[in-house]
Design a protein around this ligand. Structure first.
Ligand SMILES: [Zn+2]
Length: 469
């Protein structure tokens, strides 16, 4: 019977508790999530995919040479989607004749990749790995990380009975939700919840198994409460949903969350047990039913981990790196610097013509709805509030700031929220003219243009913030 022959889970080591988030922001938008997994600074979806896949392949009774399909799913490819799987193939030493597939752009991508592998001939490797990012003010709160890998073959420990789909237009139900700019945001409205619940119910009801007989269910889980609501019209017990829910421990790992929930349920499940998985993304729900269980390497990662504080979190995630406006790396070429001058001096942000959300810097996709749009530029307010803070101490500064640190000692880097009529712009920025120990979350600050650093012999200037009291 075709199905899952071996599997591996990977969750990064660091954890951030929701209490830490709530302390930093005064509130948290991570409903039903106790802790979330945090990728280290040198981890991304590709490295997590490799780690999970190594575990699955080590446990599989399949030679790497025999793998005929490598399918990957992520919503956060660290490089062009087309370059993701070739690196995975190379890192895992899979044959270069392997067929490849990438599913991306929606949170049902993991289930879609698994479905492809079930339809393929010969042994297939499927990896869902994700570490989504969002505005630190709100959308980021529930976002976690993790990877789930499956070796699919005709000699499976856990047979996949069937896969069922339900697809419909669900306007406004976005791939990644964000609030309306208020810190009360990230509200999953009743309409959105009903749309997801309807699609999940239809897909699961189309399976050949009776959902009433499911011992466990991994249901779409952008937060800890959602899977219970999404399953509300199905005869699934709360115990079954709990057995397939991992978001409470690792956060919303995008396309990897439901696959990780499936692995948590399959690990140690008995031969006669039935597990249902139901993922939703982009208007499509995918459901599958699995009979039996297997031992899953790495599943203990779900509960382990080392707690870190919020300042460390901001550094590990790269939200606060060097104190310059977000989007600039350690090295910014002069042409790129020149192009970004309006942002650096005038705090020019972009408003999305599609959804009204604001994005800073106004580049790439809309941070609210992820659409590729031509932003309407506007100048953000030059006064704001410190929302989170970290002090870069001796030796902690990136090289371009070492000189400043030698001259001025430790400095504070804050995430500053600028309430503008178009929406709240949040950005990391250096705090100046203040003893970093005397700056606190909630302080009012005002923009001032200062020397940021010197690179390639050219001094670079831009906005920093100073306390107004
Ligand atoms: Zn938008």
């Amino acid at each position: 019977m075709r199905g899952i022959a071996a599997a591996g889970a990977y969750v990064p080591r660091f954890r951030l508790s929701t209490d830490e988030l709530a302390d930093a922001w005064g509130t948290s938008h991570a409903s039903g999530i106790e802790r979330k997994a945090v990728p280290a600074a040198d981890e991304d979806a590709l490295t997590m995919a490799v780690s999970a896949a190594e575990r699955a392949l080590s446990d599989a009774d399949v030679d790497r040479d025999e793998v005929t399909l490598a399918a990957a799913a992520t919503t956060t490819p660290p490089l062009e989607e087309g370059e993701f799987v070739p690196r995975l193939v190379r890192a895992l030493d899979l044959p270069q004749s392997v067929a490849t597939a990438t599913e991306t752009g929606h949170t049902a991508a993991g289930a879609a990749a698994l479905s492809r592998a079930l339809d393929a001939d010969g042994p297939a490797l499927v990896v869902a790995a994700d570490c989504p990012e969002g505005e630190p003010a709100d959308a980021d709160h529930p976002l976690g990380a993790g990877a789930a890998a499956f070796v699919v073959s005709d000699d499976a420990a856990a047979a996949v009975g069937d896969v069922a789909w339900h697809t419909d237009e669900t306007p406004g139900v976005r791939f990644r939700e964000r609030g309306d700019g208020d810190v009360g945001g990230l509200d999953i409205t009743t309409y959105q919840r009903d749309a997801v619940r309807g699609a999940v119910t239809e897909a699961v009801s189309s399976l050949s198994v009776d959902p009433e007989e499911a011992d466990a269910a991994a249901v779409h889980q952008p937060d800890g409460r959602f899977p219970y609501r999404a399953a509300g019209d199905l005869p699934l017990s709360n115990e079954a949903v709990a057995a397939g829910t991992v978001v409470d421990r690792v956060g919303d790992a995008g396309a990897a969350t439901v696959p990780l929930g499936l692995l948590a349920a399959l690990d140690g499940a008995d031969d006669g047990e039935t597990t249902v998985a139901a993922a939703f993304g982009g208007g499509t729900a995918a459901a599958l039913a699995v009979e039996g269980g297997l031992s899953v390497a790495g599943v203990a990662d779900l509960d382990g981990g080392t707690d870190i504080d919020y300042a460390s979190y901001l550094r590990e995630r790269g939200y606060v790196v060097s104190g310059e406006v977000s989007g600039g790396g350690a090295h910014v070429s002069l042409p790129n610097w020149r192009r970004s001058l309006d942002q650096r001096y005038r705090l020019v942000a972009g408003q999305c013509p599609e959804c009204g959300g604001v994005t800073f810097p106004p580049e790439g996709a809309c941070q609210s709805c992820h659409a590729r749009v031509e932003f309407e530029p506007f100048e953000a307010s030059r006064t704001g509030t410190v929302r989170a803070l970290t002090v870069i101490g001796q030796g902690g500064a990136p090289p371009e700031f070492a000189e400043l640190q030698q001259r001025d000692g430790a400095y504070a880097v804050a995430i500053v929220a600028l309430e503008s009529k178009e929406g709240t712009v949040t950005l990391p920025a250096q705090i100046t003219d203040a003893d970093p120990e005397n700056v606190a979350v909630g302080d009012e600050v005002a923009a001032t243009v200062r020397r940021i650093y010197e690179q390639e012999g050219v001094p670079r200037y831009g906005v920093k913030f100073e306390p107004t009291e």
